[in-house]
Design a protein. Structure first.
Length: 108
């Protein structure tokens, strides 16, 4: 009985550790830093590749009336096309916390 209790305790602790690791990774796209396009400030949105202060303000203005339901909807903001979207899509989120703290370089 004592041995089975120890095994069950070990399994429970392992399950909790795995669950916690999954939760911390789930908030980011592939473990990368992300920006929640529904809650990020204009300054945070400007960290995205190809997004400057004016496009960041346009995103904030757009989402006031129409919150994003999918990250692809950011292309509805004037001045953000497919090429820009492809450059930033791995860093976009519609939920969770914004974790980006500096400008993201454009990848090829």
């Amino acid at each position: 009985m004592k041995k089975s209790t120890s095994v069950m305790t070990a399994l429970l602790v392992s399950a909790i550790l795995v669950a916690n690791a999954s939760v911390s990774i789930a908030g980011t796209a592939s473990g990368q830093e992300t920006i929640n396009i529904n809650t990020a400030t204009a300054a945070e949105l400007a960290f995205l590749p190809g997004i400057g202060p004016s496009k960041a303000e346009a995103i904030v203005k757009y989402r006031k009336n129409r919150p994003f339901k999918k990250i692809e909807q950011i292309m509805r903001v004037k001045g953000i096309g497919r090429k820009s979207f492809v450059a930033m899509r791995n860093h976009l989120s519609i939920d969770g916390t914004t974790t980006v703290k500096k400008k993201i370089k454009r990848t090829k």
